[in-house]
Design a binder for this molecule. Structure first.
Ligand code: BV8
Length: 241
């Protein structure tokens, strides 16, 4: 375990943490990008060219997320437990657009790539909870315009959310933990270097396999998140001040 007992922790999660809940990852052999091209569904240009196709892609993922069978797994629950019981500061930053961290009980949480269960109106900029389908005729409940709603996720080429808050936490943290992410999408892939740059953070990777940024982690553990994360949380809480 880390050299010093940490006070400020930043945890970054990716699609791997939700895999055992039944949600597909992106870049694994059976991942989302194996059957759909990023340029067709996950850029502002794709939405401008073919909004119906982009709506259909996210409608399918939204209805999948809302299926009864999709529930938080032991990794989500362990991170919520850590937030409740850790006496220092903990910021959970997720690249995931699902709501499984919230359902498990996490509250100090940043959805840096947005949220599937919210829509944003391109006319009035209102962000609204949204659990039904979106289409070209969807009516904005805030301003009444039709056809101006888009899913509230961050596409390639768009600025991720709450970056200032994230970098402040990274610069101040003693421990940075990356869970279930391939480390291939920036700026999230650069967080480990940022946390180290301040000269203080111990860095830990918990993943099924070494990520692209593997060499930047002081400590690495490989296996399923549902096993690794509860074991790490248990260890940390057993040593709490
Ligand atoms: C930005 C939308 C400016 C939502 C997603 C060079 C050329 C061109 C562009 C760039 C470039 N360099 C950087 C860029 C910018 C670009 C980028 O990174 N491109 C990459 C491809 C090179 N980034 C952007 O455009 C971002 N915006 O940069 O703005 C800026 C400037 C200054 C400061 C800040 C910003 C915006 C990126 C937004 C991307 N949005 N999708 C959606 O539809 O979901 S990307 C998509 O990838 C998802 O959102 C996901 O969150 C993200 C990361 O993927 P992972 O979560 O890591 O998933 P992956 O499948 O890859 O890996 C899963 C891992 O889990 C694997 O390692 C696997 O082994 C492991 N695993 C599997 N099962 C388990 C497990 N681990 C544990 N247990 C298990 N059971």
């Amino acid at each position: 375990m880390q050299q010093r007992l940490p006070r400020k922790i930043v945890v970054l999660t990716g699609a791997g943490v939700s895999r055992e809940s039944g949600l597909a990852t992106f870049r694994d052999a059976d991942g989302i990008w194996a059957s759909v091209r990023i340029e067709d569904v996950a850029t502002p240009e794709a939405f401008a060219a073919n909004p119906a196709r982009v709506h259909a892609f996210y409608n399918a993922r939204r209805s999948g997320l809302l299926e009864e069978v999709i529930q938080p797994n032991p990794a989500h629950r362990a991170l919520a437990r850590l937030e409740r019981e850790w006496p220092g500061e903990l910021l959970l930053v997720t690249q995931n657009i699902d709501d499984l961290h919230e359902r498990a009980g996490s509250r100090n949480l940043v959805h840096m790539h947005g949220e599937l269960l919210k829509t944003r109106c391109l006319a009035c900029e209102e962000v609204i909870e949204w659990r039904q389908e979106l289409d070209l005729e969807s009516l904005c409940p805030a301003c009444g315009q039709r056809g101006r709603l888009r899913v509230n996720v961050v596409w390639f080429g768009e600025m991720p959310h709450e970056m200032e808050r994230i970098y402040d936490a990274l610069d101040a943290c003693d421990l940075f933990v990356s869970i279930g992410t391939s480390g291939s999408v920036y700026p999230a892939a650069g967080f480990v270097a940022e946390a180290r740059a301040a000269g203080r953070a111990h860095t830990l990777e918990l993943n099924l396999e070494p990520s692209e940024g593997e060499s930047l982690f002081h400590e690495k553990r490989y296996g399923p998140a549902s096993e690794l994360v509860p074991a790490w949380v248990e260890e940390l809480l057993a040593n709490r001040p």
